[in-house]
Design a protein around this ligand. Structure first.
Ligand code: B1M
Length: 215
């Protein structure tokens, strides 16, 4: 039913066209396409294709940058709708969430942040390229139940372990739980570094966070 729209969304990312992707996001809302479907089945396939092209050497850094800009423009339009999907006032728990040091990928992290907030968590988004100590300091400051760590590069995954160690060193664990995610991250990696869970995507991250706070 929305095949044409989803294909146009994918195309807008491949073209790196933020005006078009934002317009298509608005069209999705008007036509009643669930915002998470627009992200998952419309825009993300475009990003995946750009990522594959980049890995093969068919596309270059500017293509990656423009695809990222187009994705950000679309998610900025969809974010308020994503928040509405589970709007509730009761706070399920406090989460400090960010992308680890050395890594500036923000789109997946921000999506996870939005979905957690929509589910009822108080989310303290500390941004991207965040040092381990900042996660620990912020977790102490806000009385976090969970620290969430995103990493998109095989070279920055190890920084997730640095955060687990920083939390251990500061005596915040095991009270503060750690969840990890991002394209190269696996359940086995989460276990290896002593994290409390791995979320494959934003929806899985929400179920995981709920189970860790007993909700
Ligand atoms: Co980058 N990049 N990038 N990039 N980039 C990847 C990740 C890559 C796979 C592309 C490729 O080569 N195929 C590759 C990594 C290879 C590797 O290490 N395995 C790569 C590379 C190499 C690089 C650079 C090194 C390129 C260079 O400079 N030569 C560079 C690194 C910069 C740095 O961080 N230091 C770089 C830069 C960039 C841009 C800045 C240009 C841009 C990001 C723009 C931005 O974020 N503002 C960018 C982009 C857009 C990508 C791709 C194409 C798309 C990433 C994305 O946003 N996906 C990506 C290829 C790809 O993933 N297909 C690629 C959509 C998003 C919704 O998915 O982020 O996976 P994702 O998040 C998902 C899940 O992973 C999960 O839930 C999210 C929603 O479902 N999740 C969690 C994420 N975090 C979670 C946390 C959780 C739980 C679940 O709990 C806490």
């Amino acid at each position: 039913m929305h095949d044409g729209l989803l294909a146009a969304m994918r195309r807008s990312i491949l073209d790196g066209d933020p005006d078009r992707s934002a317009a298509l996001a608005r069209e999705a809302i008007e036509r009643g396409l669930p915002p998470l479907d627009a992200v998952r089945h419309g825009f993300v396939p475009g990003l995946d294709e750009v990522g594959e092209g980049f890995a093969k050497g068919d596309l270059f850094l500017p293509d990656l940058v423009m695809a990222g800009e187009a994705m950000k423009a679309a998610t900025a339009v969809l974010e308020p709708e994503l928040q509405k999907t589970g709007a509730r006032r009761e706070i399920l728990g406090r989460i400090v969430l960010g992308t680890v040091r050395g890594d500036i990928h923000e789109i997946g992290k921000t999506l996870v942040s939005t979905m957690l907030a929509a589910a009822g968590f108080e989310v303290h988004d500390v941004g991207v390229d965040v040092p381990a100590e900042t996660f620990a300091d912020r977790a102490r400051e806000v009385g976090a139940d969970i620290v969430g760590l995103s990493a998109l590069l095989t070279t920055t995954m190890t920084a997730q372990r640095d955060v687990v160690r920083a939390l251990d060193r500061d005596g915040l664990r095991p009270r503060v739980k750690v969840i990890v995610g991002g394209a190269p991250v696996t359940r086995a990696w989460a276990e290896e570094i002593g994290a409390d869970g791995y979320g494959e995507d934003a929806v899985a991250a929400v179920s995981l966070a709920r189970s860790l706070v007993g909700r």
